[in-house]
Design a protein around this ligand. Sequence first.
Ligand SMILES: NC(=O)C1=CN([C@@H]2O[C@H](COP(=O)(O)OP(=O)(O)OC[C@H]3O[C@@H](n4cnc5c(N)ncnc54)[C@H](OP(=O)(O)O)[C@@H]3O)[C@@H](O)[C@H]2O)C=CC1
Ligand SMILES: CC(C)CCC[C@@H](C)[C@H]1CC[C@H]2C3=C(CC[C@]12C)[C@@]1(C)CCC(=O)[C@@H](C)[C@@H]1CC3
Length: 327
Amino acid sequence: MERLVIVTGANSGIGLALCERLLTGDSGLRLCLACRNLQRAEAARSALLTSHPSAHVDLLQLDVGSVKSVLSAAHEIKVRYSKVDFLYLNAGIMPNPKVDFKAFFRGLFSKNVIHMFATADGLLTQQDHVTSDGLQGVFATNLFGHFLLIRELEPLLCQSNHTSSVIWTSSSNARRSAFSLEDIQHKEGKEPYSSSKYASDLLSLALNQRMNRQGLYSSVVCPGMVMTNLTYGILPPFFWTLIMPVMWLIRIFTNTFTITPYNGAEALHWLFLQKPQFLDPRSKYHSLTSGLGKNYTQPQKMDVDDSLSENLYLELIKLEKEIKKDL
Ligand SMILES: NC(=O)C1=CN([C@@H]2O[C@H](COP(=O)(O)OP(=O)(O)OC[C@H]3O[C@@H](n4cnc5c(N)ncnc54)[C@H](OP(=O)(O)O)[C@@H]3O)[C@@H](O)[C@H]2O)C=CC1
Ligand SMILES: CC(C)CCC[C@@H](C)[C@H]1CC[C@H]2C3=C(CC[C@]12C)[C@@]1(C)CCC(=O)[C@@H](C)[C@@H]1CC3
């Protein structure tokens, strides 16, 4: 039977590269590109159909940062399809990023230099915004919208004699110290991206604890450092052009510089080929590329614990109730 794969943020970067890879590897699947901008989604669909003319590629309008849009997209999915096999929660933003150059040059001459290039720990801050639902934008987009989508799609994800996978595009920039249970939206701090990605790691664990019995499995991925619209937003384009040779050079020292969206999608694609029951709910699956350009996937234990993840889940349920009450 045809397998249904939904990918959020599928019109560019890692999401689009994943779609290309999925269609190359498996002609018997149906892809649903869930994107906020239908024009960009149509362009992505055309590109996919150019390389895979007989592929089944559907479009769905979904702005994960808007509660109304998530609810109506979930309704549309339930009308169109009878089950969901893979749900890639990939859409993400890092608005108004600023690089702390002082920290960068300090890091450059410290023993943590490789770690700094792999995770950007302490290098990046962002200026967040508030959505029309009254939520912090990064939290709403990277985490809460996706949480709501899973909740709404439970009947299609949890069916008897069927397993389904939800796969979060998290990041090695996820950091426990950037997250607080008292401020899950990160209203107070300057690292909403780190906080939202750490929250996705926690939520994935909670989903596994609660939903595995119903056939739903959740995993988290870090695509590495990939050149996409998101990264191009961090420094001016001419600067990237200048330092591009350095980026390729850094790959010799750290396998986390996957650089191309194709390489970045490695772990996302690898997970598609695995039996979800055999995956480790406490590991993050990293896309890695060797100095010679060989791609591979490696799990790394996450800094997560059961009680924090369960408490985050309960906070999200509380917020879901509040938000729905006001609709
Ligand atoms: N690039 C990197 O080095 C890394 C990226 N990641 C994560 O990978 C994921 C993909 O990002 P990447 O490919 O790099 O960057 P891109 O900016 O190329 O892709 C992001 C995708 O998300 C979509 N998106 C953003 N906001 C929304 C929204 N509200 N509703 C629906 N879709 C939305 C974008 O759509 P639109 O085109 O309309 O803006 C776009 O399709 C993100 O979650 C990011 O955090 C993680 C670690 C490293
Ligand atoms: C010469 C320049 C001053 C060099 C500046 C380099 C930085 C801008 C990069 C160093 C490590 C990079 C990195 C990311 C963005 C760009 C850097 C900070 C990410 C944060 C992008 C998004 C992610 O989720 C991370 C996994 C990336 C980690 C490394």
